[in-house]
Ligand binder design. Sequence first.
Ligand code: FE2
Length: 386
Amino acid sequence: MSSSSVSVAADTMSLSKRQSCSPTADFLPLKGTDHVEFYVGNARQAAHFYRAAMGMSLVAYSGPETGQRDRASYVLQQGKVRFVLTTALRSDSPVASHVQRHGDGVRAIALWVDDASSAWRETTRRGARSVAEPFVLEDEHGSVILSSIATYGDTIHTFVQRTAYSGPFLPGFRAIDYDPIARPVGLLHIDHMVGNVGWHEMDRWVDFYASVMGFSLYQHFDDRDISTEYSALMSKVMANGNGYVKFPINEPAEGRRKSQVEEYLDFYGGPGVQHIALATNDILHTVTAMRDQGIEFLHVPHNYYTELQGRVGSIDEPIDKLEELGILVDRDNEGYMLQIFTRPVEDRPTLFFEIIQRKGSRSFGKGNFKALFEAIEREQMARGNL
Ligand code: FE2
C-alpha cells in the first residue's frame, strides 16, 4: 500500500516537528484518564457484564444505601482502567433523559489533574462551556475537587483532583473489598478513546482540543486511507502534552452508502464516544479469555491472514493463532501493534471496545482499516443500515 507508507512518513514528520517545537508550559497538565462514566439503563445488570465478561472488579458503590437518592453508581476496575456505571432511580433524573436520548453510553471522560480549579479556569477562559464550576466533595477519607466542561454532543470532561483523598473512589462511595464475579483478562490502561462527530465537524473539534485543551495533532487519516467500496470516514488523533491522553475524532465522509459513523450518529442521537481502546501486554491471552467469557468480536476474513505476513513481515505471534482469535496486525517504522474490535456491546449499534497491544508502534492500525471496515459493513448490512 503506497498511500500507507507515504502517510507514515508524514506522521513521523509531524511527530518530530511537534517534539522540536519549543514547549510552552502546558496549561492543562493531565496525569491520565481518571475514569470513564457511563449512563446506563440498568447499572446492576450492566456491571455484571463488565465483571463476568470484560473481567473488571467491582471496587466501590454508591446508591440509596449510601445516601444517594436519585442514582446508583458501580465503580469497576482492572489495571488502571476504571469505569463507573451510573443509572437513574427516578424518571425525572438527568441520567434518565441521557439514556432515553442515547441508550447506554459514555457521559463523562474524567481526567486526572493536580489542580481541578486551574483546569476549569484555563479551559473556560479559552472558550470551553462550563458544566460544573469547581466544587469540593468530602468524607472521612479526605476531599476531592471536581469541575466539568462540555465536549462533543452531550459528552463532558470532568477534572478530578484527588491529591487530598485516600478513599476507594470519590467521597460518598463505599468500598467493595472482594468481587467473586470478576474474571480479570489482563487489561492494563486506556490507550485511546474515539469520538464520532457530525458531518464536517471534525476540524471544529480538533480546534477545540487544540485551542481549549492544549492538545496537538498526533496523526491524521483521510477518506483515501479509510474507505471501502461503500463508505468512508475521516479521522484526526489529538494528544495532550505528555501523550498520556489520546482522542481520535471521526467524521463521516461521502461514500456510496451510509458510513459507520453515520449509523452511529443515527442511533446514538448525535455525537458521542464510539470506542474505547484498552491496552494489554498479552493480547492472545486477553482475547482468548474474553471470548471464553462471552465477548463477541468482529469476524475477520481468511484472506486477511493470507496477506498478513507479506504486509507486516516477521512477528512474534503465530499467524494461525491470530486468525483463530481474529486479531489484526499493523506495522509502522517504529514497530508493530495488534488489535481487535468487539461488536457493539449493546443493542444500539453504538459503543464498542478495542483491545490493543503495542510492540513499538504508535499507530492506530491504518493498514487494517479496509479489512476492519468491510467487517463492520457486513454487520451494518445485517442490521439493514447500509
Ligand atoms: Fe481505536
